[in-house]
Design a binder for this molecule. Sequence first.
Ligand code: PMP
Length: 434
Amino acid sequence: EPSPAPTRDAVDLLERRTGAYAPLQEHYYAAPPQIERGWREHLVDTTGRHYVDMVNNVSVLGHGHPEVAATAADQWRRLNTNSRFHYAAVAELSERLLATVPDELDTVLLVNSGSEAVDLALRLTRAFSGREDVLCVTESYHGWTVASDAVSTSTSDNPLAEQTRPGWVHTVELPNAYRGTHRGAGAGEAYARDAVAEIERLSRAGTPIGTWIAEPRNGNAGAIGLADGFLAPVFEAIRAGGGICISDEVQVGYGRQGEWFWGYEEHGVVPDVITMAKAMGNGHPLGAVITRAEIAQALADQGTFFSSSGGSTLSSRIGATVLDVIERDGLQENARIVGAHLKSEVERLAERHPLIGTVHGRGLYLGIELVRDRETLEPAPDETAALCDRMLQLGVVVLPTGDRQNVLKVKPPLCMSRDSVDFFVARLDEALGG
Ligand code: PMP
């Protein structure tokens, strides 16, 4: 059944929001339903209508998770204080995080968000390399703080992003083997050659790169994997020139891709610094940086680091609970199996619906790219927006992403069931014209 028009109360509330809240941040949909409840991968609006939630990558365990709620209630009653005090939870969470990475990465710093993690990571790499200049890819998003925004080159939020980066930010093209300069087999190596040439050119020009930062799969661009064969030679060239490498795992890490807990694992590299957030707290603000002791020491040599809530008793306990549930309920494995089913079902739809150009991504981080022509790859942003509106009417929350706004972002809670996947695919088929 098509959804009823938003209630009068929901419309009034939207007007109040527009009146009181900064216009900088848009809300989803022109006429959004008022959603006040959620359970697993389902959202419920105030008319009682249910939606399958395909976009909440933060709620990895699902909405309204009782164990996270119980941990939070328990810890709030006992104590919530900061990490200058000595308590078990901060050590426990740090050890749990280190157990997910190779031994050489032996040091954790806890913060409250992805932007903070990226900002801190940049401070660490600059302190260690002694260099200011950073190399990143086009179409990236790394956060809203001054430094994390500086290395965000996506034009979807800021059309002038590429022209307005500070002088210390340098970019190479996102190695997109589907629609970039180099395509198909061998694209990764060709992009790597271009990037290495740029790294060497910058060094000769007197701005040697101290930091490489990229996601191992570009989430904002629509789950675009860095083309095979790209990352290892780039890491090598950055290190040969005296720089170090950050893998921003805020969006695609934490088991979401099914096959790997961390996205860098796909590329056969080990970064010097890893940033994470989102999934860590299932919605409670939590972020972290993992690095090597010598890199943390370089920042310690310049002063101290302290975050009032980063690594608090409450945050640390919630972080450990989230890891417990991911492990106990096999959510990474669920992402692998259910995600593979989802991808192959959408690929089957593509046989009948030429608008679907390709399906990017792995596990439960997918991007369904819509094009008007499979030869020219002309993006289909209007069709994508209309499809999302139609999907909402049909009971699915799914949204456009990317600089061309022509990719459906698919990043649901990791507890996503096969039934919900089948519901999504059937509604997508219907919205595409059956
Ligand atoms: N890095 C990446 C790759 C992200 O996708 C985001 C958020 N979308 C951030 C960093 C910033 O995280 P936060 O919103 O928690 O500050």
